[in-house]
Unconditional design. Structure first.
Length: 276
């Protein structure tokens, strides 16, 4: 696995795409901060007013960041194996002493390391908002933990489809499709089910289980819990203040399962199950 990580890291870090991705990432976050600060701290006379709450600035940054991570991770992971297949180097890689699990973990860790690099690069921006108040260090640590967990989950999903499908474009599309189903589909399905069963009062106290698989809802639950607004969220998740913790644990378990399945289907000794 170490050899895979070193090889992939050298290739990716030497390209202009990595530098461009980090630069665009920081610029977009920086513009978000500038625009939000302009709306938050300047009064009509053009004077700075530091008495305003910077909570909205922090929320805006985190939303932009989670959207960018969700967009970037499938692109850098969904081609991990399919690109090797397209370049006709996969058979050579499988013929080495490396086990399928080592190959999968090496590819995944290299991709996730790029996301971690983006997260680390964005910390100065968070510290800038932290300087003016409105958030605390625990809030940032919770979000960083969520970013890491969800990046690994999306990455494992991308690698899995990269093993299953022969073409990179198909892998990327399928990864995005599953992400949309988990984020939007579970909300729509839950809303329709509650409306059809007319069980509105019941689900104010009980969490509908598909919502645990919704990364967007988990992200928002973390924010609401940090800022003491979790009660406003009960109409969606029930009176469950540990919703984000349970959901995060589910994403960890799903990541492990996806990694195991990827290694299983990559093993040439096993029966192949791939789609065009």
């Amino acid at each position: 696995m170490k050899s895979i990580i070193l090889k992939e890291a050298k290739i990716r870090m030497r390209t202009w795409k990595t530098v461009g991705m980090i630069t665009a990432y920081i610029i977009l976050l920086g513009l978000t901060v500038v625009l939000m600060l302009y709306n938050q701290v300047y009064n009509r006379n053009g004077l700075i007013n530091f008495s305003n709450n910077f909570t909205e600035v922090f929320i805006a940054i985190t939303i932009v960041q989670v959207l960018m991570i969700s967009f970037i991770v499938p692109i850098i992971t969904a081609g991990s194996i399919s690109l090797e297949r397209e370049k006709q180097t996969l058979d050579i890689l499988l013929s080495t002493h490396l086990r399928p699990m080592s190959i999968i973990m090496g590819k995944l860790m290299t991709s996730i390391s790029q996301v971690l690099l983006l997260i680390v690069a964005s910390l100065p921006i968070f510290s800038f908002v932290f300087l003016f108040g409105g958030i605390n260090l625990i809030s940032i640590l919770y979000l960083v933990l969520f970013y890491v967990v969800i990046s690994i989950f999306f990455g494992a999903l991308g690698v899995f489809f990269s093993v299953i499908f022969k073409k990179t474009l198909t892998s990327i599309v399928m990864t995005y499709l599953v992400m949309i189903v988990l984020t939007v589909g579970t909300l729509i399905g839950t809303a329709l089910y509650i409306d059809m069963t007319r069980a509105h009062h019941y689900y104010e106290h009980v969490t509908f289980w598909p919502l645990y698989f919704n990364p967007g809802l988990t992200f928002w639950a973390i924010l609401m819990k940090q800022f003491g607004d979790i009660q406003r969220f009960t109409f969606m998740i029930g009176r469950n203040e540990n919703f984000w913790l349970i959901s995060t644990g589910i994403f960890v378990v799903l990541s492990i399962i996806l990694i195991g399945l990827s290694a299983y289907f990559l093993n040439p000794i096993r029966k192949k199950w791939r789609k065009r």
